[in-house]
Design a protein around this ligand. Structure first.
Ligand SMILES: Cc1cc2nc3c(=O)[nH]c(=O)nc-3n(C[C@H](O)[C@H](O)[C@H](O)COP(=O)(O)O)c2cc1C
Length: 203
């Protein structure tokens, strides 16, 4: 396994090539790899809606921008988060130009209990990460986004998704990647600083 792929698959935003179309078969090939991810009792609860139509992308992007703006206004970012948020703003400004928006959905509504909630999202996000890896391995890229979910109901109506039966989980803007200019890996705290052994209250 190419471990380098794991440490270099970033939130690709400014590197997305907004001018080059993404072939449907290429996307389907990546989705076919992604769906090898685990899910609770192998339910495979993922469903995909790929949005390519420019007018529809425009409307979804409007909701995304509203959600992203609300997210920004509700928080005071740490200085080390400013770069990521600026890049997030770039994506919000250009979302409608990204060739394919992959909306990842799941049957049902998010449950209330922690156990069921873990199973609900935990049966989707490994597949999403697989997809990000598969895309990157083929010179494509994306970013896991959720900002539009602030307007999930409106987007469901726009796209003909039955809101009571199908949850939207993430929106992945997919494009070919332009050459890298920044660092290949994102900033991360070393695991040793975050790990305790045997007991939580051990020094
Ligand atoms: C659950 C989740 C939701 C996210 N939502 C958004 C989003 O709405 N918009 C966005 O631009 N990035 C979003 N991100 C991307 C993160 O900002 C990004 O993965 C993180 O900053 C690390 O980026 P890096 O790997 O390039 O360092 C989300 C990531 C996760 C895991």
């Amino acid at each position: 396994m190419e471990l380098e792929l794991l440490t270099t698959t970033r939130a690709f935003r400014r590197r997305l090539d907004l001018t080059r179309p993404v072939a449907r078969q290429e996307l389907l090939d990546c989705l076919d790899i992604a769906v090898h991810a685990p899910s609770g009792t192998n339910r495979q609860p993922w469903r995909f809606l790929v949005i390519e139509d420019p007018a529809t992308k425009n409307e979804v992007a409007e909701y995304y921008r509203k959600g992203f703006a609300a997210y920004l206004s509700a928080r005071t970012p740490r200085p080390d988060q400013l770069r990521d948020l600026a890049s997030g703003q770039y994506l919000a400004d250009h979302l409608h130009e990204v060739p394919a928006l992959v909306l990842v959905c799941a049957p049902g509504r998010p449950p209330a209990s922690p156990l069921q909630l873990a199973s609900f999202y935990g049966s989707i996000y490994p597949m999403v990460w697989n997809l990000l890896l598969a895309l990157h391995s083929r010179g494509l890229g994306s970013t896991l986004t959720t900002a539009h979910l602030a307007h999930e109901r409106e987007v469901a109506e726009l796209l003909g998704i039955p809101f009571d039966d199908i949850s939207q989980v993430a929106l992945l803007p997919v494009a070919h990647l332009k050459p890298a200019s920044g660092p290949p890996s994102g900033p991360r705290t070393p695991a040793a600083e975050l790990t305790r052994w045997d007991r939580w209250d051990n020094a």
